[in-house]
Design a protein around this ligand. Structure first.
Ligand code: FNR
Length: 378
């Protein structure tokens, strides 16, 4: 109703409210490199397409006369009380999308009370982004470096800066074949973009012969060598537990057996994710991976979901299939490209409004009512 009321005064939204047109409209304002980096996927793009197709195979079944005039969208996710079960997925190198980068995203997320999961590959340091997020919820995503001193130092800094929950991304221990970036010979990290946190880290700097200020390329290559091609195993997870006081979540789980191993390892949650189709071409759609994982471990750890969420209806479907919450990636990044902080807020507010309307019109009074009965496989 806010949008329509503004329309009476001749004001229309800053850019499209249509999730299917968001990427195309962002393309007009972003640099070609940045657009391709965000929009791209692994190999032929088959996994990205599968992520979307999987949502189409489930259909919501609306119910009538349920008195859904008031809805409860709030949710508790890993101990955090959230206004909706929606989080901003970790997205690295936001400076290539907009100069305000993670600071803009942090402000927009905080204004809505949604957790921003700060990527290890951030264009601003952990501490700067913490300051920008005010009293908003802060989660930290770790790309797990090969050096344990560096790992411990990053975790220590994140805890000191008030990040409560650790998300460890497991699916990107080396970068995939990403044709859009390869064709442009473009890897933002190589210019130092997105590496503010490691480049400012005392434990990482102690590994260098020359400070990054004097020889950026050597420092960047040293960092890349620390977090690509790593050989971590399940047996090393206790190291993270020793260095992190709050909840730990493993991101990138797709196989039921890995979900079981996560439970055995004593973590608090997992994110069923295929990195938005950016890592394994030809992989199973993330939404297809969700139901068997929920039935195997859903009563023992919290199962979060991402990859392909674009609309309120998508969120309903993921929750009905047992996800505790969803992470959203590309849509708000396109918002950032459009209009910085205001753009991120525009996309997220639209998504939350769409979620609320979808709940209402399907006859649910709250997200707790979503379940297998809410859906049919089509
Ligand atoms: C990502 N993703 C990601 N994940 C992560 O753990 N650390 C990171 O630094 C990044 N960086 C990143 C950059 C860009 C441009 C994109 C699009 C994605 C993956 C992200 O967290 C999430 O898993 C997917 O984006 C979810 O899929 P959708 O919502 O983009 O379809």
């Amino acid at each position: 109703s806010e949008i329509y009321l503004h329309g009476l005064g001749g004001t229309t939204p800053p850019f499209t409210t249509d999730p299917t047109r968001l990427a195309d409209s962002a393309r007009e304002v972003m640099t070609p490199q940045a657009y391709d980096y965000v929009a791209g996927g692994a190999g032929s793009g088959a996994t990205m397409a599968a992520n979307r197709a999987a949502f189409d195979r489930w259909r919501l079944v609306p119910r009538m006369l349920t008195d859904a005039t008031r809805r409860e969208t709030s949710a508790t996710v890993l101990g955090a009380e959230l206004p909706a079960p929606v989080l901003l997925a970790p997205v690295g190198v936001q400076s290539i999308v907009h100069p305000d980068a993670e600071l803009a995203t942090a402000r927009a997320a905080a204004a809505l009370g949604l957790p921003m999961i700060l990527s290890t590959a951030s264009s601003h340091t952990i501490e700067e982004v913490a300051a920008a997020s005010g009293d908003g919820p802060r989660w930290f995503q770790l790309y797990w470096p090969a050096d344990s001193d560096v790992t411990a130092s990053l975790l220590n800094r994140a805890q000191k800066a008030g990040y409560t929950t650790l998300v460890v991304t497991l699916d990107t221990w080396t970068l995939a074949w990403r044709p859009r970036d390869l064709d442009r010979a473009y890897l933002p990290f190589l210019t130092g973009e997105g590496l503010a946190t490691p480049l400012s880290d005392p434990a990482f700097r102690a590994l260098l012969d020359t400070p990054p200020e004097d020889d950026l390329l050597s420092a960047v290559l040293r960092w890349v060598s620390l977090f690509t091609g790593t050989d971590h195993s399940w047996s090393q997870l206790p190291f993270l537990r020793e260095h992190w006081d709050g909840p730990i979540v493993l991101k990138g789980i797709q196989h039921v057996d890995d979900a079981r191993r996560a439970v055995d390892a004593g973590v608090d949650g997992i994110v069923v994710s295929n990195h938005g189709g950016r890592q394994v071409d030809g992989a199973i759609a993330s939404l297809e991976a969700l139901p068997p994982i929920v039935s195997a471990v859903g009563d023992r750890i919290e199962v979060l979901f991402d990859s392909g969420v674009r609309t309120g209806a998508d969120i309903l479907k993921a929750l009905a299939l047992g996800a505790r919450a969803v992470l959203v990636g590309r849509p708000w990044v396109y918002g950032l490209g459009h209009a910085g902080e205001e753009g991120v807020r525009h996309v997220l507010r639209g998504l939350l409004a769409d979620l609320d309307l979808s709940l209402a019109l399907t006859g649910h009074r709250g997200i707790a009512e979503l379940g297998p009965d809410s859906l049919r496989r089509s």
